[in-house]
Structure formats: C-alpha cells, structure tokens
Design a protein. Structure first.
Length: 199
C-alpha cells in the first residue's frame, strides 16, 4: 500500500480531532472579560491536548518518512492508533470541566494509556515492516526514537503507572502535569535527523 494514502487519511483525522477540541471551548454569554475565566480549566486541558497531538503528529510523520511501503499490519496498527487518539477530545473536554476530579482524570489516564499502547504497537509494526523491506537503517532510526525507547523500557513504564495510580488517588490534577512532562521531555525529543528528512 502506498504510504501517501495512509498519511493523508491520518492527517485528515487528526485535523478533525483538533477541530472538535476547539469547538468544545464555549463562548461566554456576556461580554465581560471576567466570564472567560470560567473557561481556564478547559483552556489548560485543550493546550495539553493540542501539544499532545502536535508532538504525536511530528513523530508519526518522522516514522512514515523513514518507511517506503505500508503493510496491512501497519495500516491496521495506524487505524488503532487513530481510534485511541479520537478519544482525546472527549477526555480533554471532561477534564476541562473537572480538572481536579478523579473520574475525568482517570478517564484521561486510560485514554493516554490506550494511546501509548497503540503508538508503541504502530512503531513496532513500522520497525518490522522496514526490516522486512530490507531497510535496517530506517528500522533502527525508529527504534532509536526516545519515545520508543521509553515505551520499550518496562521498568520506566511500570514506575510511571504506579506513580499515576498514586497521583490519581490523592491529587488527580497532578496527572495532567505528568502527561505534559511526558510530552515535553520524552515525546518531543526528536531524532537529530528529523529536520533533514526532505533536504
């Protein structure tokens, strides 16, 4: 399968997800600037969700740029990843209405966990596809990504899971801080050659 079709479909789905997220932002009924303050929790949640999807898109673009051919396994793994990503607007909206409430934060955590698992699976399928296509350098480039190396380290992932459960029990809002730090310090640490892919 030509990767351009899969990339175009993925781009369209992610664009729709981002559009849905901003449409959840409610315009105040009055014209008083103070009324916008009621939307601050959602703006925080929206900003994190936007960063989340933006970083994910960049990493996705990098992996697909390294790959020449999309197998059926990659296609279905990509669909699974998009399916989990489609829950981000729901989680974002609910957390925006209850930033320090356990229910919304637990749901956000479950979505983040499902998304992470699907992303890891997609990365793994792309590595296998490149190895099968006799492109070991491409496979190694994906394998060397910080986010993939982190997700492959079960001790780190297990530690994060334990920390998240404790945080969700006692300080739910801190879960969004953990997610943000994960995005910035793990997801957004791109490979050095990511800016030179099409030169």
């Amino acid at each position: 399968m030509k990767k351009e079709r899969v990339e175009a479909f993925t781009d369209a789905v992610l664009a729709i997800i981002l559009t849905i997220m901003i449409l959840e932002f409610k315009t105040p009924e009055s014209f008083a600037i103070s009324d916008i303050l009621d939307q601050v929790p959602y703006l925080i949640s929206y900003a994190i969700g936007y960063l989340f999807i933006g970083v994910a898109w960049y990493n996705h673009h990098y992996m697909f740029a390294k790959t020449n051919w999309i197998t059926q396994n990659v296609y279905w793994a990509n669909n699974l990843w998009m399916f989990t990503t489609s829950f981000v607007p729901v989680a974002t909206a609910w957390v925006g209405r209850g930033l320090n409430e356990q229910g919304p934060e637990i749901f956000y955590f479950v979505v983040f966990l499902a998304w992470s698992s699907a992303y890891y699976y997609l990365s793994n399928r792309l590595i296998k596809a490149n190895e099968k296509d006799h492109r070991p350098k491409a496979a190694e480039a994906i394998r060397s990504m910080v986010i993939y190396r982190y997700m492959s380290n079960w001790k780190l992932v297990g530690g994060q899971l334990i920390l998240s459960v404790i945080v969700l029990k006692f300080m739910p809002a801190l879960q969004m801080v953990i997610v943000t730090l994960m995005i910035i310090f793990i997801g957004a640490r791109f490979n050095a050659d990511s800016d030179r892919l099409f030169r």
